[in-house]
Design a protein around this ligand. Structure first.
Ligand code: AMP
Ligand code: MG
Length: 418
């Protein structure tokens, strides 16, 4: 057996981010930038008003009653050439350039304008520079706007648009094929024959892929036949950036996935016994000719999910260009016993975590455990790590991988309800 860390490094070793593509800015949301971008314009690009009000010389407005003559008005999108002299003010709107002579803006709320509109009384003293937005406060020319590995979020996208950029080099979203293997699997809702089951791994993985932001491609079900498996993998390596299969990687007489992957990719295929539970058998292969990784996950539904989290998702994030590959690992207070027996393996136990009144993250493990009990892990938002040993007692601190941060928010929010 090898450790989970070692298995993950075997998987990550050959993987590189997918070749960059140029995308229009709007299409880059959530994608990972592949190159460095520098600001070519300062932001703001001119000194302007932060408020609707009056542009003044700050030194003129030192008392709580200053009367000034209004000499002009300037709106956003315009500019004024009229110099603001001693004892003068120009009406100014938010975003309008400061007129010459002015260095300060008094908000409209603090001003009373004479009925004829020729004079204004400012009812509050100012500090010179108040309510003014300065050139380059947000960005200076040459400043790094984007670095490789940055994820495009709405604010970054907007800042790029404000620079006049219309496209960006990003890593494409990996297109990931999913196929399930097994003669027992049937499609559709018809009656099941003896020993038959309906496929749950494929829908689970396709959903997990979409939830993590990848393009999921349904490659259907393949029977436990070397010829069929070989044909399916041959097709998949052309059409997908990565391929996940389930089933057929353990010690059964019909476990042909690992055999076929070994035949196809020879020294680039590796069947592993990983010291984890569930999910011990795992085959990884890499097709050098198309740069396609193949993940052969164990067939039991919970094993499939755990294998996806531990090995597949980090690998796909690397293809997508992300620098942080793993789920966040948090310390949590265990709210019930998590007893286990020593067996040389790291146990991964689905749990539900929430922020409690003490401000700490608490976690409850899900009561029923078994690699075939898929519904039992519905609603989990973390994977508790129970290293080899006797397990933990209530109140112990454990580490868990956070699978869903929104759940954590949701629970914290619930607690604010009366
Ligand atoms: P295998 O890894 O092929 O030996 O399968 C292990 C267990 O997982 C068996 O009980 C299979 O019936 C079950 N299994 C395999 N593939 C699927 C699937 N796609 N959906 C649900 N259960 C599956
Ligand atoms: Mg099978």
């Amino acid at each position: 057996m090898i450790g989970a860390e070692e298995a993950r490094s075997i998987v990550l070793a050959p993987l590189q981010p997918l070749a960059p593509v140029e995308r229009t800015l709007a299409e880059t949301i959530g994608l990972v930038a592949s190159s460095t971008v520098y600001a070519t314009e300062p932001a703001p690009s001119f000194t302007n008003s932060a408020m609707d009000g009056f542009a003044v010389r700050g030194v003129d407005v030192t008392t709580s009653s200053t009367r000034l003559r209004i000499v002009d008005a300037v709106f956003a999108g315009e500019s004024s050439e009229v110099v603001v002299g001693v004892g003068e003010a120009t009406r100014i709107m938010t975003g309008a350039p400061l007129p010459p002579g002015a260095d300060t803006v008094c908000p409209r709320e603090d001003a009373v304008v004479d009925e004829d509109g020729r004079f204004v009384t400012l009812q509050r003293a100012v500090v010179p520079g108040d309510c003014v937005r300065h050139v380059g406060e947000d960005l200076t020319v040459g400043q790094t706007l984007v670095s490789p590995g940055d994820v495009v979020d709405p604010a970054l996208l907007g800042a790029l648009a404000a620079q006049g950029m219309t496209s960006l080099l990003v890593h494409p979203v990996p297109r990931v094929g999913v196929l399930s293997t097994g003669n027992e699997l049937v499609e559709g809702s018809g009656r099941l024959g003896p020993g038959q089951i309906r496929d749950s791994n494929r829908p689970t993985l396709l959903a997990a892929l979409r939830q993590s932001g990848f393009v999921a491609i349904d490659l259907g079900t393949v029977r436990d036949s070397k010829r069929d498996l070989r044909a399916a993998f041959e097709r998949a390596r052309i059409s997908c950036d990565a391929v996940i299969s389930t089933g057929g990687v353990s010690a059964g007489d019909a476990d042909f996935v690992k055999v076929v992957l070994a035949e196809l990719f020879v020294e680039h295929a590796r069947s592993m016994q990983v010291a984890i539970r569930p999910g011990k058998p795992f085959t990884f292969a890499y097709d050098e000719s198309t740069n396609t990784p193949f993940f052969g996950l164990a067939g039991n539904p919970v094993s499939t999910l755990v294998g996806f989290e531990l090995f597949v998702r980090p690998a796909l994030r690397r293809l997508a260009g992300h620098h942080d590959l793993e789920r966040p690992s948090l310390s949590m207070v265990l709210d019930d016993d998590l007893v286990r027996r020593p067996d040389g393996k790291l146990h991964l136990v689905h749990g539900v975590c929430r922020i409690r009144e003490d401000g700490l993250v608490h976690v409850e493990r899900l009561a029923r455990r078994g690699s075939h009990l898929l519904f039992a892990v519905a609603g989990a938002n973390c994977l508790i790590e129970a290293p080899d040993g006797e397990g933990y007692r209530v109140g112990d601190t454990v580490r868990a991988l956070l699978l869903d941060t929104s759940e954590l928010n949701g629970v914290a929010h619930d607690q604010r309800r009366p």
